[in-house]
Design a protein around this ligand. Structure first.
Ligand code: FMN
Length: 291
């Protein structure tokens, strides 16, 4: 049995089976309304970073593709100029800030994201620890674990919706909700924790605990429209796709990104049509069979 969380997640996704509901089925509506804004699809760009070796100005190119597809853009680690260029593409952008040890830096980045027109902000709390015990250090920047009280402070410091990325337990999800977060991403950050429970496996418990209070997003290993459908049927508000869309960015830039989102959304629509799912709001977990 593998301890590789990416493999465990892939195997789990493939183990989920879907029943068919054709009578009274309709052509589905895949539009998503998030924080008052309407998008064409629940397929979002994952919070990526450092994509210049994938494609020149990769993050900005990704944003161009997202904007053309009417999809939500997320941006991970990166400087202020890059975020400004991403937002200038017109893509609605959620900026994820690392759990820097430097609290002043976090507050400055929160302020900058708000001033430059980001759609929402957040933090990938799962990047606090390194692989050998101590706190992580990303490109010379030390990280630390954050408390619920610190989280509440960041949430108070911005007028934008604040989203916590890297939630993989009901306990953390409830703490985020109590701190006032306006969204969480259920994720293991492409395998940052060994033997991690697949995000889509734990998702229903987390949605049951906090789903009525805020959107619950999911990522890790989403590679097809059927994967998107399985995640949505198990309660996700929307899903983020990272490495799969990077393949399209690498070969075709923004046009490739747009095509990737459209293909994933088309496959999602096909799964919705065959399961009698008229809209994202009508997703029903009972169409999924656990093997
Ligand atoms: C090249 C690369 C850079 C990433 N940078 C960040 C980052 O800066 N911040 C963050 O929260 N997540 C980052 N991630 C994690 C993704 O947001 C996502 O959680 C992860 O890749 C799982 O999604 P996937 O399986 O669809 O790739 C990065 C992932 C990749 C592959």
């Amino acid at each position: 049995m593998s301890t590789d969380s990416n493999q465990i997640t892939r195997d789990y996704m493939d183990s989920l089976l879907v029943e068919q509901r054709l009578l009274d089925a309709v052509l589905p509506d895949t539009t998503l309304t998030l924080y008052g804004t309407r998008f064409s699809t629940p397929v979002m760009m994952a919070a990526l970073s450092h994509l210049d070796s994938c494609y020149p100005q990769g993050m900005v190119e990704m944003a161009r593709g997202a904007a053309a597809a009417g999809a939500v853009m997320w941006a991970g680690m990166g400087d202020e100029a890059e975020l400004e260029a991403i937002v200038a593409t017109g893509a609605k952008t959620i900026k994820i800030i690392k759990p820097y040890a430097d609290e002043g830096l976090i507050l400055r980045k929160l302020r900058h994201a708000q001033d430059c027109g980001a759609f929402a902000v957040g933090m990938d709390i799962d990047h606090a620890f390194g692989r050998r015990g101590g706190y992580d250090n990303v490109l010379g920047q030390p990280m630390t674990a954050k408390s619920q009280e610190q989280l509440a402070g960041y949430i108070r410091a911005t007028s934008l919706p604040f989203i916590v990325k890297g939630v993989l337990s009901v306990q953390d999800a409830v703490k985020c909700a109590e701190a006032g977060a306006q969204g969480i991403v259920v994720s293991h950050h492409h395998g940052i924790l060994e033997s991690a429970v697949p995000p889509v496996k734990i998702l229903p418990r987390i949605v049951e605990a906090v789903g009525a209070r805020m959107p619950v997003f999911v990522d890790c290993g989403i590679q097809s429209g059927m994967d998107v459908f399985k995640a949505m049927a198990r309660g996700a508000t929307a899903v983020s796709v990272g490495r799969k869309i990077m393949e399209f960015l690498h070969t075709d830039g923004a046009a490739g990104v747009t095509r990737a989102v459209e293909e994933l959304t088309g496959e999602l629509a096909a799964a919705m049509a065959r399961t009698g799912t008229a809209s994202l709001a009508a997703m029903d977990p009972t169409v999924i069979w656990e093997n």
